[in-house]
Design a protein around this ligand. Structure first.
Ligand SMILES: Cc1cc2nc3c(=O)[nH]c(=O)nc-3n(C[C@H](O)[C@H](O)[C@H](O)COP(=O)(O)OP(=O)(O)OC[C@H]3O[C@@H](n4cnc5c(N)ncnc54)[C@H](O)[C@@H]3O)c2cc1C
Length: 313
């Protein structure tokens, strides 16, 4: 075994969950490598301002990512960003990862934290106005729309519950939904339907976003008549589902029907020595704080596993 490329722990994904795992593992003097497909920081780097991370009143996601990265490195954690995994072996006592550049790493344990992404509408202007009027997270961005008129897209529990929560900030919320009925629980539908600030555009879809620096209007198409209206709005929140970045884990570790990694309370998976953390796991609330908490638990459980393994070897 090549000792230079052999680690106590490999962490797949360098978002807040993976970085936190890296901090805890390296601080416990375990030789750790974080491998991340994108830029280190994950979805945090897409976040203009994080105002709900305890102890830090307001910080850009990019800055918070850099602090976490520096902290992990200060404890000796190795980090490789912008990599691509070509082969992954999670079974057996020694785990193995081969990158597309041919680099090969092995480890005694592994933490999976590849995060996820919000499902997008895929219509013109969406990429341009992401973070400039288009949001996928009410908890994160609701406050920026105080006294503004906004649109919420979707018809499931998230869309209706978040639409109600956004009425704390927005002066008016219009829900745009493609069907003539909702897929949410009755109490969520009732609460939205009885709310004085919420109105509905049923059997309708957004077909384009417009603006200059910031989103100013959307095209809404009535699916019954085919008529398209331009609808002025300050912001659009899209809640049409969440996709975990677990395509590369299909058939390798237990996932649920939505592709989320199944974990126990200590973030262990169905495989020995394999743990998971953050937005890619099966859970309801996805925030930096919850990712950081998962990363902590996964790292402590992995340390414990390694300690027991070494005592028995
Ligand atoms: C626009 C936006 C604003 C947000 N604002 C806030 C906020 O204000 N406050 C808050 O608490 N939360 C906010 N969130 C949510 C928060 O960013 C996430 O909950 C958190 O980043 C999840 O952390 P994670 O480490 O699980 O995953 P991620 O942050 O998604 O990181 C996962 C990392 O793994 C990498 N990866 C993916 N697949 C692979 C692979 N196959 N191999 C290797 N690496 C891989 C990814 O490139 C990424 O770097 C926001 C999210 C978005 C999108």
């Amino acid at each position: 075994m090549d000792k230079t490329n052999h680690y106590d722990a490999l962490v797949i994904g360098g978002g807040p969950a993976g970085l936190t795992a890296g901090i805890y593992l390296s601080r416990a003097r375990l030789k750790t490598l974080i491998l991340s497909e994108g830029t280190v920081g994950g979805q945090m780097v897409l976040t203009h301002e994080i105002a709900n991370y305890p102890g830090v009143e307001s910080i850009s996601g990019y800055q918070l990512s850099n602090i976490m990265k520096k902290q992990a490195k200060s404890f000796g954690c190795d980090i490789k960003a912008n990599i691509q995994i070509a082969q992954l072996e999670l079974n057996g006592k020694v785990k193995s990862v081969v990158l597309s550049d041919g680099n090969h790493f092995t480890s005694e344990s592994i933490i999976l934290s590849p995060g996820g992404r919000s499902r997008t509408l895929g219509v013109p202007g969406e990429d341009l106005f992401k973070g400039r009027g288009i949001s996928y997270c009410a908890t994160c961005d609701g406050d920026f729309f105080t006294d503004k008129e906004i649109v919420v897209v979707g018809g499931g529990n998230s869309a209706l519950e978040e639409a109600v929560s956004l009425t704390k900030y927005a002066s008016k919320v219009t829900i745009v939904h493609q069907f003539d009925h909702f897929q949410a629980f009755k109490h969520a539908v009732d609460e939205a339907q009885n709310h004085p600030k919420i109105s509905f555009r049923m059997e309708s879809v957004i077909t384009a976003f417009y603006g200059t620096d910031h989103l100013e209007s959307v095209d809404i198409k009535d699916l019954k008549t085919g008529v398209v209206h331009q609808f002025p709005t300050d912001g659009v929140f899209i809640f049409i589902g969440y996709v975990p970045n677990t395509e590369f884990l299909q058939g390798k570790v237990e996932l649920n029907q939505w592709g989320e990694i199944m974990v126990k309370a200590d973030m262990s998976t169905n495989l020995e020595g394999v743990f998971a953390a953050g937005d890619s796991t099966a859970k309801r609330y996805r925030q930096v704080t919850t990712a950081v908490a998962d990363g902590t638990v996964a790292a402590l459980a992995a340390s414990d596993y390694l300690h027991r393994k070494n005592s028995n070897d």
